[in-house]
Ligand binder design. Structure first.
Ligand SMILES: [Zn+2]
Length: 475
């Protein structure tokens, strides 16, 4: 993305605290997934008159952990505000949230996240309740009706607001992936659950007005939605049409943003202090105690991987980019196998396959130790690396928990069989054999032919050695 566009992107990321057993202000289960609509509710989370919210203390602890992980300044005292708006997903007609003006004090401010493309400043972190969920028949634009489900209403959310420091749609995706890995390492938010991490994006170009894009449900969608919105704003600027502050909805079916409304100014929300909840003091001792219990975070783990397992920064970076992937790597290593081999399988071959086929690590049904055993076989030359990798990919493809080897798939490691195969390849390719005496490229060609003839089962090192010896002997 060129700088002369004056591109500014900021994100508001909503993370459900999936680690909690109950909602933010009542004792309804926090896990609403899979329940029939409007069954996971009570008087409090549906805003019945006369009910009072009771703050879930574990939510404060989880939010403090996030604030520490993002290097934020934690407030000595925080309070809650009512954000008033009339929309069917909000049973009380206001959302209990936090505010940074008019005497409001969110749980934390001013943090930093380092990414490859630069530092992202965090403006604030706040605790709030999730609204209910609206569903439409087809798309939001064409649906004649809206359905509402309050099961999600009142679930604890942490909203993380960034400064407009993101340089491109790709950078936004990189940041979100890192954030997800951090949250997974702290263990407060399971980003693989549908809707557990959602984000709104603010985009402006050429110093124009800020456009907010809502309803972005996954990181791939973030990149798509931002790319669409940037192209749209460029086109609008070209036709010299004035842009107002606006809220647009990301339609992930048609992959376009559609206008929802002219964006509300903050005063439209009539923020005022929540009278039913007292301000909460967050003592230094409380924070210090949580700090002591903080787990290892992705950056620290990456540095440790590089040092402890002697793998490259790149591979280590990819591995810690997803907690589960890093866990699989370390669990496999308990059986003492070559970390480089396993690291590159996981970070390059397996992850590459998963991305191409739109699968996730959860589709890997086999145990890390079995994967390690396979790698050990490669080390002991009982198996070629190619065969091992294809067996792994096949197991993921078929959702199997064990590796299956075709009988004819076993590695060819004995010298005689290799010699026989080399002879056949030489007979079929006399010209290449002649060329190989002076041209190393021809040796590669012969290797290729040999692997083809043996369906990739020939031991690489032995095959190459045999070919080279046969050529030297023949010249
Ligand atoms: Zn409830």
């Amino acid at each position: 993305m060129k700088d002369d566009l004056g591109l500014k992107i900021g994100l508001e990321v909503h993370c459900q605290l999936t680690v909690l057993k109950t909602k933010l202000f009542c004792s309804c289960p926090s896990n609403y997934r899979g329940e029939d609509p409007n069954t996971n509710i009570c008087e409090v989370c549906t805003g019945m008159p006369g009910t009072l919210p009771v703050l879930n203390e574990k939510a404060v602890e989880a939010a403090v952990k996030i604030a520490l992980a993002l290097d934020c300044k934690i407030s000595e005292s925080m309070n809650f505000f009512r954000k008033n708006y009339f929309y069917p997903d909000l049973p009380k007609n206001f959302q209990i949230t936090q505010y940074d003006k008019a005497g409001g004090s969110p749980i934390a401010k001013e943090g930093l996240v380092e990414t490859i493309a630069g530092i992202i400043r965090i403006r604030r972190i706040q605790l709030e309740e999730d609204p209910g969920k609206l569903s439409y028949e087809g798309t939001i634009v064409s649906s004649p009706i809206s359905l509402v489900d309050y099961n999600r209403a009142g679930v604890a959310l942490v909203e993380i607001v960034t400064e407009p420091d993101l340089k491109s749609p790709k950078h936004a995706r990189e940041f979100l992936q890192k954030l997800r890995s951090i949250l997974e390492h702290i263990g407060v938010c399971d980003g693989s659950l549908e809707g557990a991490m959602r984000c709104d994006a603010n985009v402006s170009l050429f110093g124009g007005k800020r456009v907010e894009v809502k309803n972005i449900s996954s990181f791939k969608e973030v990149e798509r939605a931002l790319n669409f919105e940037i192209t749209r704003q460029k086109t609008m600027a070209n036709v010299a049409k004035a842009e107002g502050m606006e809220t647009r909805h990301w339609d992930d079916v048609r992959r376009v943003t559609v206008t929802l409304r002219v964006k509300e100014a903050e005063e439209d929300y009539r923020y005022f202090p929540e009278p039913d909840l007292v301000p909460i003091t967050i003592s230094k001792e409380y924070v210090a105690d949580i700090r002591k219990r903080m787990p290892e975070l992705p950056d620290g783990r990456k540095a440790r991987f590089v040092k402890q397992y002697v793998i490259s920064e790149e591979i280590a970076g990819v591995l810690v980019g997803e907690k589960l992937l890093a866990d699989i790597f370390e669990e496999s290593l308990r059986t003492r196998m070559a970390s480089n081999l396993l690291g590159s399988w996981l970070a390059i071959d397996i992850l590459g396959y998963l991305n191409r086929s739109e699968k996730t690590l959860a589709d890997m049904k086999f145990k890390p130790k079995d994967l390690a055993e396979l790698a050990r076989k490669v080390e002991k030359k009982e198996l070629t690396e190619n065969t091992a990798k294809s067996v792994v990919i096949k197991a993921i493809e078929q959702g199997k928990s064990t590796f299956e080897f075709a009988k004819e798939g076993a590695a060819i490691t004995d010298e005689k069989s290799i010699m026989d195969a080399v002879k056949e390849v030489f007979e079929a390719n006399p010209k290449a054999v002649e060329d190989a005496k002076s041209d190393p490229k021809a040796i590669n060609f012969l290797m290729g032919q040999l692997m083809k003839a043996t369906k990739g089962r020939a031991d690489h090192e032995l095959a190459r050695k045999t070919i080279e010896q046969a050529i030297t002997a023949g010249s």
